[in-house]
Write a protein that binds this ligand. Structure first.
Ligand code: 5GP
Length: 192
């Protein structure tokens, strides 16, 4: 998506360790007009899939997930991060491994808001090693629901997540894929 690529090029900061900082429009301050355009693109891509729910993870996914769900006319459910979630029988839980922090964290959603009839579109801001996405997929499967695909704003193509999830047969649509990045701020997007 040209609009997103141009915005990344204009506003990004590249941090050591391969981190792309885009907190002027996506991860801290949020540009609603850009979120709206991304939502329309996700709708165009997944309109035929019979989506009944949009699932994301707090906090950064929510800003894109809300307008996306509005396009589909469905609700957004966001997975919460909590340490005690596995104790409650009223929630589905999954584990997400953080490479950055080298820790395993629980995420959860209430059983009230996800069931076996749901056709779920997962939305997230970044796809890097894929652990957040795999955890969200585990939640959907725990509910007996169906993952129709994943819509990602920025995929870091030089990390393994996209390959890992696509190899599982899941349709992943990323609006911008960064294949190369260096600390001088040079970025190369994958042509798509
Ligand atoms: P994963 O490695 O599980 O695919 O990514 C986990 C989470 O880390 C993403 O949802 C995203 O919030 C965050 N993340 C990973 N890489 C980056 C990055 O380069 N920039 C930003 N802003 N967030 C990232």
């Amino acid at each position: 998506m040209k609009l997103l690529e141009e915005r990344i090029l204009r506003d990004k900061v590249v941090l050591p360790g391969g981190i792309l900082k885009v907190d002027s429009f996506l991860n801290h301050q949020i540009d609603p007009a850009l979120m709206r355009e991304m939502a329309r693109e996700f709708y165009r891509l997944f309109a035929a899939e019979g989506v009944t729910k949009v699932l994301t993870i707090e906090a950064s996914g929510i800003g894109i997930a809300v307008p996306t769900a509005e396009e589909f006319g469905v609700n957004v459910l966001f997975a919460k991060k909590a340490k005690t979630a596995n104790l409650s029988p009223e929630v589905y839980t999954a584990d997400v491994y953080s490479y950055t922090h080298k820790t395993q964290n629980k995420i959860f959603v209430s059983k009230n808001y996800l069931n076996e009839n749901d056709r779920v579109l997962i939305i997230d801001d970044f796809l890097a090693n894929g652990q957040a996405l795999l955890g969200l997929m585990d939640l959907v499967h725990a509910a007996g629901a169906t993952v129709v695909g994943a819509g990602i704003a920025v995929e870091k193509g030089f990390q393994d997540g996209g390959k890992l999830v696509r190899e599982k047969g899941v349709r992943v649509e990323s609006l911008a894929i960064v294949d190369k990045m260096d600390e001088d701020g040079n970025l190369k997007f994958r042509a798509q």
